[in-house]
Design a protein around this ligand. Structure first.
Ligand code: SAM
Length: 302
């Protein structure tokens, strides 16, 4: 057990010999942490989630994994990584993935996409609509989609299916609960807060929960976008895959974009994050809004 942090503190301030490529990362730390540990962690999250961590992420990796090492009562980052390496179905893999992925998100993030979808929905009458939110994180994005849908149809039983997926089952559990601190919803207009959230009282003071009628519109399920097969069938009118491609290397970005485009209905729209674009992927797409793409008209079946 590693408990007394100061007594157990591994003093690694000096670089050891770099012979054999093994340099100890310079810092005063609770647990030993070497360059080899960082490389292994990087390889493992790359294999697991496709996430490419830059060299500069050494400290982030230590900070996040050391919390897991402490929780599990292990003695080093390397023992933690080897435990996982030796056990491909260990439940700790979910925590490892959650620890090394970034979940930054917000309600109405990059709001132009919701405005665009809302306007398109208003034209679609009662035709069945399918929406996939492919990196849903802790739920703010799919609930924003659901609010947009309810506002567009003026009711809670629209002909719309919303599927929200993410690789991170911890984030998805949070999303399915739909509980957020009041700061997370502070920028929403009061009318939306009243309509779509219940403010907590007593021990839940400071939090709000998405109302059940809105929660029920979103179906959450795990999905690793880089898996060969997705647990998602059929085609979609709108796919939101925002602010996740940036964590993948270029080839994976292009392959994934092509697969997402294949999953669109002929007039379907793919929304990407503000710094993501499919240029260079070889795909023939029309730009139909800010980082919003459609299969090119010239490239659709007649
Ligand atoms: C920065 S968040 C973006 C959240 C939201 N789309 C937004 O734009 O606000 C990135 C999300 O991608 C998820 N992610 C990372 N790798 C993934 C993969 N291989 N498959 C599916 N989701 C992944 C992470 O778990 C995280 O929730």
């Amino acid at each position: 057990m590693t408990t007394g942090r100061n007594s157990d503190r591994a003093r690694t301030a000096a670089d050891t010999s770099s012979a054999g490529g093994e340099r100890i990362v310079q810092a005063e730390r609770d647990y030993p942490y070497t360059q080899a540990d960082f490389k292994l962690a990087r390889e493992m999250i790359r294999e697991r989630a496709g996430v490419s961590l830059a060299d500069g992420k050494q400290h982030m990796v230590y900070n996040r994994l050391s919390k897991r090492v402490r929780t599990l009562g292990l003695s080093s980052i390397s023992s933690y990584l080897l435990m996982l390496r030796n056990s491909p179905v260990h439940p700790e893999w979910d925590d490892f993935t959650s620890a090394l992925t970034t979940h930054l998100t917000a309600f109405y993030r990059e709001p132009h996409h919701f405005a665009q979808m809302g306007a398109a929905l208003a034209e679609m009458g009662n035709a069945p609509v399918r929406i996939w939110c492919a990196a849903a994180s802790t739920g703010e994005e799919p609930y924003t989609i659901a609010m947009t849908v309810v506002e567009a149809y003026g009711r809670y039983d629209p002909p719309v299916e919303i599927i929200a997926t993410d690789i991170d089952t911890r984030a998805l559990a949070h999303a399915a609960q739909g509980i957020y601190s009041l700061e997370r919803i502070a920028k929403l207009p009061e009318q939306r807060i009243k309509q779509f959230f219940q403010r907590g009282i007593g021990t839940r003071h400071g939090y709000a929960r998405v109302r059940p009628a809105l929660r029920e519109l979103v179906h959450f399920m795990p999905c690793n976008l880089l898996d060969q097969r997705w647990p998602i069938a059929g085609h979609f009118d709108f796919i939101f895959c925002r602010n996740v491609l940036i964590y993948f290397d270029r080839d994976d970005q292009y392959r994934l974009t092509a697969r997402l485009v294949n999953q669109l209905k002929p007039d379907g729209i793919l929304f990407l994050g503000h710094s993501e674009n499919p240029q260079g992927s070889g795909l023939v797409l029309d730009t139909v809004g800010k980082t919003a793409y459609q299969r090119s008209r010239s490239n659709r079946a007649p």
